[in-house]
Write a protein that binds this ligand. Sequence first.
Ligand code: IPE
Ligand code: IPE
Ligand code: MG
Length: 241
Amino acid sequence: MAAKDISVQMPVHVAIIMDGNGRWARSRGWPRLVGHRRGAERVKQIVKACPDLGVRYLTIYAFSTENWKRSTEEVLGLMTLFSRYIEREAEGLNAEGVRMRFIGDRGPLDGRLRRLMDGIEERTAGNERLNLTVAINYGGRNELARTARALAAAAARGDIRPDEINEEMLSRWLDTGDLPDPDLVIRTSGETRISNYLLWQSAYAEYEFTPTHWPDFTPEELASILARYSMRDRRFGSVKA
Ligand code: IPE
Ligand code: IPE
Ligand code: MG
């Protein structure tokens, strides 16, 4: 019998919309922030599991440009959680070979959080085992508008010519300029929408929507989603020979 091709298609870059923390907590009669805290615990487990599952890039949506519409208490609680996560996890992430980066508009963020973000980016810059990117105050439209502004300013200065702006160049100027496009976007909590996440980058991503709320999402569920992904036929507009 001829040997079968057993090479398995695995995603290099997985992007996750971590949704459902609030509902997870409320359904138990707890404040929404308890759900966010549990969600942060899940992030640690998923980050640990990724390299062994063959995922080299993990990009997670932590706070959108629209999430400022929430109560001051929830927004401040989330910002505190981000700072604490960086402070507490920096050493462990570095030891695990994780390179941590952030995408999104940092301008409106608190100065202390920004310094922590810059610090861990710098400290982990040489790591290669897993590229963890956290989207904070991120919105796909905001990113495209900021990038358009930066390109226009560069053209006005004479640093670039308008006619050299193409898809490849725009990709490089985005917050995600150093990352490959996501192969797979996962959203938890049963909502089937994108909510302004990686609009440009996900043009040809595969999507998975699971009813599981983020605090209940396990490495085992991720593994089974990856197994389903491996069966998908990605054509990118072409047809099979
Ligand atoms: C996702 O959980 C985390 C953030 C958006 C910060 P939610 O807070 O949106 O939880 P639900 O969707 O209200 O349950
Ligand atoms: C998307 O979730 C943003 C994050 C997960 C950070 P939301 O809960 O904010 O999205 P909508 O409002 O349900 O679309
Ligand atoms: Mg939500």
